[in-house]
Write a protein that binds this ligand. Structure first.
Ligand SMILES: [Zn+2]
Length: 136
């Protein structure tokens, strides 16, 4: 492969990009920033080892995950993805609480409906009994 078509990894590391370069499908030359962040956080050797240890069909997902994690870590060196995970867990807890409240309101209103239906049936049967006794 010529130098002009080196993947972002080989280009950054200034090495020849072999035709079977394990990193080139996941870090193409047209997106050097993607590898730059991942390289800064994980290091090229670790990225290569991680991708080699995975089945081919899972490597793209792993590269996307490493890229996402690295970008968050570059943005927020202390918390990285942890901050986003914390925010999403908090939101999930709020939504679960809201759902529990809505479910308890449904149970309450259905109990009120049942009680009202029973009262109406009692009133209806009393009214019917009264009308029948008036007719006799
Ligand atoms: Zn390469």
């Amino acid at each position: 492969m010529s130098n002009s078509t080196r993947c972002a990894v080989c280009k950054l590391l200034r090495r020849r990009c072999p035709e079977d370069c394990i990193l080139s499908p996941y870090f193409p030359s047209n997106n050097p920033q993607r590898f730059s962040s991942v390289h800064k956080i994980f290091g090229a050797g670790n990225i290569t080892r991680m991708l080699k240890s995975l089945p081919v069909d899972q490597r793209a997902i792993a590269a996307d995950c490493m890229s996402y994690e690295a970008e968050r870590r570059v943005e927020d060196p202390v918390y990285g993805c942890g901050k986003i995970i914390y925010r999403l867990q908090k939101k999930k807890n709020e939504i679960e609480l809201e759902l529990a409240k809505a479910r308890s309101e449904i149970v309450f209103h259905s109990a009120v409906d049942t009680q009202q239906q029973q009262q109406q049936q009692v009133l209806w049967s009393i009214t019917n009994a009264t009308q029948q006794s008036d007719q006799v």
